[in-house]
Design a protein. Sequence first.
Length: 94
Amino acid sequence: MKTNTNAATKDLETNAGHSLHNAIDQATASAHKAIDRAMSVADSAAGWLSERGEGVKTAPSKLMSTSCDYVSAHPFKALGIALVAGVLLSKLAS
């Protein structure tokens, strides 16, 4: 009777060990999939930021060039805009 109990206990331990091993394997596989997806998203975001970064770097020089061209083409209009902007800012500041 004791041998049957020992054998049954060993079978339970073996089955539990296999079940635990399978559960760990499944959890590991799921974790790897999640990490792979996260890395893929991060990689595409980095590419998008890199592309947009070039536009951000050149924006100030484009703005300055466009502003200078406008002021050269319309000096009195630019002076009027600057005067109105100055008056508005002084009203807001006080």
